[in-house]
Design a protein around this ligand. Structure first.
Ligand code: NAP
Length: 355
């Protein structure tokens, strides 16, 4: 039996994870947490909000699936890595904001990170059994979101409803907006940098509208391996929870004869500046990615409330990045302070742009 603690149990990933756990008798849901929704009865131990590490301490899990959205997932990521417990990681924001601390805790704790983000799960699988010296570069694919092909001028009047209509993935609201701005791919770029310990100039992002190829790895001998599958998060969730067994899922095998469209193109960084902002923040390092993440969370929440225009999101992020000095965070408290400062500035900038 594998004892699973599920954080973010009421969300898009959380619900699919519950389905996977129910289908596999060798997985036991010992603890579940949400932010505000009632989850009594979902697992023997439950917690709504608060310090999720308390629930983790009590439940003694073999694997923690962190499917909380946003910076709120960071303490649980750090706790899990420090304890050397396996971390099935959907909460990319924790690695973006706290990558250096997470990496140190991971090395110290000696556990595994099993990525749940489909692109990172794909890279993880492609790299299994390969020498790191044989790897040339990684390629993460992006669907391009619902506004792929539009110019910057065409993006200003986008409503939250339009941004929430993702063409290939059905996800929670924050990541759906992040996909529409391409910030999601920017966050994933930073996530990949920390997970696979490669410099940014060896991680490429390409647009691939149908989301069939999740990622590729180029090797030094000129070969590239790709990971293909229909866009269905139950596949990477199941892979992470049942690793290394690769248990069966109810997902249909890829039907090549029905005609798959496998086209790739460069992202339009003029219309979607969030990707370049994230790359620059990642390259700058220290607490810059933490500031990027905090500003983005504030801007996306304001956009979803119908206040900030769509193009206000990159503007708030860029201006917040310019306003907050980078420091080196030596512990979680340092990051909490930087996150709070960035949120304060991003909120003020958001109010300025709304009025
Ligand atoms: N959805 C996908 O297909 C997908 C794919 C790849 C990666 N991810 C990543 O997975 C994470 C979750 O995404 P999602 O789409 O599942 O989001 P979601 O549907 O919005 O669900 C978020 C979950 O987090 C919980 N939560 C929010 N704030 C919390 C807090 N302060 N403390 C504890 N729990 C809190 C929510 O609880 P309440 O319901 O009570 O608010 C909910 O259970 C994100 O980091 C996202 O980037 C998602």
């Amino acid at each position: 039996m594998k004892r699973v603690a599920l954080l973010g149990a009421t969300g898009s990933i959380g619900k699919q994870a519950r389905e996977i756990v129910e289908a596999h008798p060798e997985l036991e849901l010992v603890a579940a947490a949400s932010g505000s929704q009632d989850i009594e009865g979902v697992a023997p131990l439950t917690q709504v909000g608060g310090d999720l590490t308390e629930l983790l301490e009590k439940s003694k899990p073999d694997v923690v699936l962190n499917a909380v959205v946003g910076f709120a997932g960071l303490p649980a990521t750090l706790w899990t890595l420090e304890q050397g417990v396996d971390l099935a990681l959907a909460n990319k924001e924790s690695l973006v904001a706290g990558g250096d601390l997470a990496l140190a805790a991971w090395k110290e704790g000696g556990g595994r990170i099993l990525p749940v983000d489909s692109e990172h799960s794909a890279v993880f699988q492609l790299l299994e059994g390969k020498e790191s010296t044989s790897v040339d570069s990684l390629v993460l694919t992006a669907s391009g979101g619902p506004f792929r092909g539009r110019s910057r001028a065409e993006l200003n009047s986008i409503s939250p409803l339009e941004a929430l209509a993702h063409p290939t993935w059905n996800m929670g609201p924050k990541i759906t907006v992040d996909s529409a701005t391409l910030m999601n791919k920017g966050l994933e770029l930073i996530e990949a940098h920390f997970l696979f310990e490669l410099p940014y100039d060896r991680i490429e992002v390409v647009v691939h509208q149908t989301s069939i190829v999740h990622a590729l790895v180029r090797f030094r001998d000129g070969a590239s391996l790709a990971h293909l599958g229909y866009p269905d998060m139950r596949v990477p969730i199941s892979y992470a929870l049942t690793y290394p067994e690769r248990a069966a899922t109810p997902i249909a095998p890829l039907d090549l004869a029905s005609g798959l469209i496998l086209e790739f193109s460069a992202p339009d960084e003029d219309a979607f500046p969030c990707l370049a902002l994230a790359r620059a923040a990642g390259e700058a390092g220290r607490t810059v990615p933490c500031v990027l993440n905090a500003a983005n969370e504030i801007a996306v929440a304001s956009f979803l409330d119908g206040r900030l225009p769509f193009l206000g999101i990159p503007e708030v992020v860029e201006r917040t990045l310019n306003a907050v000095d980078a420091v080196t965070a030596s512990d979680l408290d340092d990051l909490l302070a930087v996150d709070a400062e960035a949120r304060r500035i991003a909120s003020a900038l958001t109010r300025e742009l709304v009025h």
